[in-house]
Design a protein around this ligand. Structure first.
Ligand SMILES: N[C@@H](CCC(=O)N[C@@H](CSS)C(=O)NCC(=O)O)C(=O)O
Ligand SMILES: [Fe+2]
Length: 261
């Protein structure tokens, strides 16, 4: 399912199906958008960013179940996919980065060096992932897991928050070295300090929402507008069932999704 079809730096917007939470007028005709792809079993968003001139591209959080769709799209658009990056070692689905490397020559996988997972590129805070004249800067945002990163586009017009910040929510902190205190700090110091109108794209949404902004979340996030003490209490009492695939997904994602696939 694709909601907005766009290649970074090109004005080409196709908005269909579900709505964004933010005022649509804010998007404006000159806005840039990533290609947004959705995997419906795990409600995961995969993002594809490309430089129009050079065709160099980056994919964020691709999912095993939608590997063929994503590879086909990359080929149809004639992109030179350079990096497939995971925002963290996912617990709810298996990444497709390992198998995607086998289908796309020259593709490198990437994940935080704090994730404990194997990949071609072990990302550090401040590192840049370059595609054509653009880059994503890695901001470490631990708390959901130790190895969570937020990827910020060079002009700070958009950021990909993984599970650190979800729309009107945030990643759980009850497994994989989760820590509500660290997550609170990460979001307040490393995401909420981005420009108010910076678009935020999460790794999941369970309610049909597609994007938000820093300003909206600073004002309306029901968890992160609380003080630290209240936030910790909320997170310690979520009582969510474990993701159904956690026992297969985590070991598989520690080896780029290639475990027993
Ligand atoms: N039901 C899903 C898992 C749902 C879940 O736990 N989501 C995670 C992100 S994936 S690690 C989460 O942090 N949720 C926060 C929340 O408040 O919902 C499944 O079985 O896969
Ligand atoms: Fe997660």
């Amino acid at each position: 399912m694709r909601f907005i079809n766009f290649i970074v730096s090109e004005v080409h917007i196709q908005i269909s199906r579900k709505t964004c939470t933010q005022d649509i007028n804010k998007w404006g005709l000159t806005s840039k958008h990533p290609v947004i792809l959705f995997e419906s079993q795990s409600c995961t968003y995969t993002y594809l960013l490309a430089d129009k001139a050079s065709k160099e591209a980056v994919i964020i959080d691709p999912v095993l179940e939608t590997l063929e769709r994503d590879v086909k799209l990359v080929q149809e658009l004639g992109l030179n996919l350079k990096v497939a990056v995971n925002t963290h070692c996912h617990a709810d689905h298996i990444t497709s980065t390992g198998l995607m490397k086998k289908k796309i020559a020259g593709l490198q996988s990437a994940i935080s060096k704090h994730s404990g997972a194997k990949a071609d590129i072990q990302l550090s805070d401040g590192e840049k992932i370059t595609f054509g004249k653009h880059h994503l800067t890695v901001r470490e945002t631990p708390g959901h897991t130790n190895g969570c990163v937020t990827l910020v586009l060079n002009d700070e017009s958009m950021a990909f928050t993984g599970d650190a910040l979800l729309i009107r929510g945030c990643g759980r902190t009850d497994f994989q070295q989760g820590s509500p205190k660290r997550l609170y700090q990460s979001v307040h110091e490393r995401i909420f300090t981005l420009p108010e109108d910076c678009l935020l794209y999460p790794a999941h949404d369970y309610k049909g929402q597609t994007a938000t902004t820093v300003g909206e979340e600073r004002k309306h996030n029901p968890r992160l507008t609380k003080n630290l003490e209240e936030f910790v209490k909320i997170m310690d009492n979520l009582n969510l069932p474990n993701p159904k695939k956690i026992d297969v997904a985590v070991p598989a994602n520690l080896v780029c999704g290639l475990h027993d696939v």
